[in-house]
Design a protein. Sequence first.
Length: 236
Amino acid sequence: MFDPFGTAAGRFAEPAQGWPHPIHPGWPESTPSVLLSPSEALAEGGEVRLRPLLRKDGADWRQQRIADEEFLRPVEPTMPTTWRDSHNQQAWWSHLTQLRSAAREGIVVPCVIELDGRFVGQLTLGNIQHGGIAECWIGYWVYSQVHKAGVATAACGLGVDHAFSRMGLHRVTATFMPENPGSRKVLVANGFRHEGYLRRALHINGAWRDHQLMAIVRDDYRSTAVERLREQGRIR
């Protein structure tokens, strides 16, 4: 039986083509790759793409998230245990199993952010709804060793285009805390527009936190997010 959460990433080497799956469109699929423009963080740029989350990603997921506690804990949902215990082997299997179940139901598209073929974070398209709503939310985190290199911006653009082109959605939303301006910059670069202020919206790092709400609608622009990032000089 085909296991889309298996260990071989090679089966997703090429971007998805053909008719999307009728139950879970856009998954399990990889996106095209984009080339980052050179930056202080990455002098030679790099190649970024999204691919399905696989069983083999557990070691990288655990190592990077444990190492980046100081960056991730302040902006992520409150953990029920210590940060390290929330990222042990059992936690990884629970995380993967939950995503696998939701992906098969067409509720979530869980992706790895790859830089030059290396795991450097995750991007998730969640709460997917079709029909008269046709929207989802987008969320992401990127390993601190590649912060300020444009990886998150490029990954967000790929995620938006995937939602519109392969998943057939009409609208993508995102939220961020006011004290996290870096996330706002990523969204603005990709064409998201401010829509509102959500009071005490999510329980983050031990308390209910306010969030800004932003969104992008498919017919906001004639160009794709990747095309706009290229016009801005953020990717080549």
